[in-house]
Ligand binder design. Structure first.
Ligand SMILES: [Zn+2]
Length: 340
């Protein structure tokens, strides 16, 4: 069974060629694909494969770099960008079927177009699903307008990786950016905060009840979700009243139109998948203990600056994990999620 990295990005080939020849691709510049970073997204395929070999990684689940979300642009433009990115990813996968699987990017500002492109990506291009931001121009996924999208993803068996992005600068679009922009904290904290909001929106918004077989992959270990789950249980009323034998009794009254949970938020933890990008063995141990060892898998963030360096050796060297857990993280769990 292969060692599979479920969190890796790539700047599409046709985009890189257009930037190199005339400095723009559909009006998008070099920053969108993060080509301004030294030793990063400009890597040639041969270098990528050699670095995968060196790291002991057999397969990457690759996504277009997150600057290509383009949710704030005209729909037709976002559709064009998504389609071309996805065709590029599909070519990369088709040319190297033993080394890569792929996720699409989608024009999420239009749910019908997002469903259409996800369907095409999975059924025609052979991609495994899509990578999407934690919000769509500020709208979170508990909004009813998104439910048909999640229904479609569930019926397609598509993996949805939630990952902050936009504008080509990691973390700039997270909730932390407007509060403090220094010290790279929109990345250092914002990514994890955004992922926690996504978990809560999907759970409290009823999406995980409506789509129990939805394959969700929360990047960056799900952020603060596992650590903060007790507080979500508290506001949902899981510590009050007669749970688990009766309805939850939340300590804060909710407006009638808001969804009411019938079980504790913590019971949904095992319905999500998480990559191992915590940079901390004790945090990874805690994540596994809360969500289940079958739900955590290798991710590296290659070739971004936040790369989990020497990830396979790091996992294998962790005293906090058993040998079976290491194998599940590196091989079994990602293989199961991707249906390989
Ligand atoms: Zn990433």
């Amino acid at each position: 069974m292969q060692v599979i990295d479920t969190h890796a990005h790539v700047a599409p080939r046709r985009y890189k060629e257009a930037i190199a020849s005339n400095g723009a691709w559909h009006g998008l510049d070099y920053v969108v694909g993060e080509l301004h970073r030294p030793d990063g997204f400009n890597k040639e395929l041969e270098v990528r494969l050699a670095e995968m070999d060196e790291a002991g990684i057999d397969r990457q689940l690759v996504t277009p770099s997150v600057g290509f979300y383009q949710y704030d642009k005209d729909v037709d433009f976002a559709v064009t960008v998504a389609r071309e990115c996805n065709e590029d990813i599909a070519e990369m996968v088709d040319d190297n079927p033993d080394r890569f699987s792929g996720l699409a990017t989608l024009p999420m500002q239009d749910v019908n177009e997002a469903i259409s492109e996800l369907t095409r990506a999975v059924t025609e291009l052979g991609l495994k699903g899509a990578i999407i931001n934690d919000h769509v121009n500020g709208r979170t996924y508990d909004e009813p307008e998104f439910l048909p999208f999640f229904k479609a993803a569930e019926s397609l068996g598509a993996v949805l990786e939630f990952h902050q992005g936009g504008g080509g600068v990691s973390g700039i679009g997270t909730v932390v950016g407007p509060r403090i922009h220094r010290y790279s904290l929109p990345n250092g904290i914002g990514n994890l905060a955004d992922r926690t909001i996504t978990f809560a929106a999907l759970v409290f918004g009823g999406v995980m009840d409506a789509c129990p077989d939805l394959k969700v992959l929360l990047a960056h270990g799900g952020g603060y979700t596992a650590y903060g789950i007790g507080r979500l249980d508290k506001i949902a009323g899981a510590f009050e009243g007669s749970y688990p034998d009766g309805p939850l009794t939340a300590p804060f009254v909710q407006p009638d139109e808001q969804y009411k949970l019938t079980r504790a938020p913590s019971t949904y933890l095992g319905q999500f998948n998480y990559d191992c990008i915590t940079y901390d063995g004790d945090a990874l141990r805690f994540l596994i203990d809360r969500v289940g060892v079958d739900r955590v898998m290798l991710g590296t963030d290659y070739p971004a600056p936040m790369l989990l360096i020497d990830s396979v050796n790091w996992i294998n060297g962790l005293a906090q994990l058993t040998e079976d857990e290491k194998q599940a993280i590196l091989r079994g769990n990602p293989s199961t999620l991707l249906g390989l």
